[in-house]
Design a protein around this ligand. Structure first.
Ligand code: HEC
Length: 195
């Protein structure tokens, strides 16, 4: 919420605005209880709970892994092979295609100090958490500062920055075909009319 490229809002203002809307005040009370439930921490918890519902399964790739050979295209299969052979799976592995670790990366235009901002450890400068790749075709723009709009460009940057090799256009296109198969079933979200 505070990030300039996101909502560019102070936590103080955010709390003030939420409290001023009776329906939100009421819902925070129902969910979190206590005297003063509209806090930055509870707001973060609520947002995180919502965001977790956006990491969804039953994608074509899940069906492929379960044995449905026809669930993804021949190109996507080649992309999956490249994704493994090139070493993307060193970090993007497991059920959500992330090992949960933090790695040093400076994406184009970013001056963000990353995990260092939280821990103050010199060693954490410019480290960011490995992102899930589920639904990645839908979650542009990419990287911590949203600086990259196209998925194939993001693939090329990753290859160069994290693996030290330049991916060809063809390779990036195939890996992108694979990544598109990670789009799962979306939950139905009824956008509420703001109270
Ligand atoms: C050494 C660990 C590591 C390796 C290897 C790696 N990645 Fe990443 N990946 C990361 C981290 C860390 C981020 C988050 C960067 C950020 O937020 O700025 C990321 C982010 C991404 C994103 C952007 C996700 C988003 O929603 O913004 C894509 C796409 C991606 N990686 C694809 C790949 C591909 C394809 C490969 C192989 C060519 C690869 N990665 C190899 C660590 C890795």
């Amino acid at each position: 919420m505070q990030a300039a490229v996101e909502m560019n809002e102070t936590l103080e203002n955010m709390v003030r605005k939420l409290k001023a809307i009776p329906a939100y005040a009421e819902r925070f009370k129902q969910v979190f209880g206590g005297k003063d439930p509209v806090t930055p921490e509870n707001t973060a918890k609520a947002m995180a709970a919502f965001e977790r519902t956006l990491i969804t399964t039953n994608s074509p790739f899940d069906r492929f892994l379960m044995g449905d050979e026809g669930a993804i295209s021949a190109d996507a299969k080649k992309g999956w092979e490249l994704f493994r052979n090139k070493g993307c799976t060193a970090c993007h592995n497991g059920p959500n295609f992330t090992n949960g670790g933090f790695f040093r990366i400076q994406v184009p235009g970013s001056t963000d100090l990353g995990r260092f901002e939280v821990t103050g450890n010199e060693d954490d400068k410019y480290k960011f958490r490995v992102q899930t790749l589920r639904n990645v075709a839908l979650t542009y723009p990419y990287f911590n500062n949203g600086s990259v709009a196209s998925l194939s460009d993001a693939v090329k940057i990753m290859s160069r920055e994290m693996l030290g090799v330049q991916a060809t256009d063809k390779e990036a296109a195939l890996i992108t075909e694979f990544l598109k198969t990670l789009t799962g079933e979306m939950p139905r979200v009824d956008v509420p009319v703001l109270p």
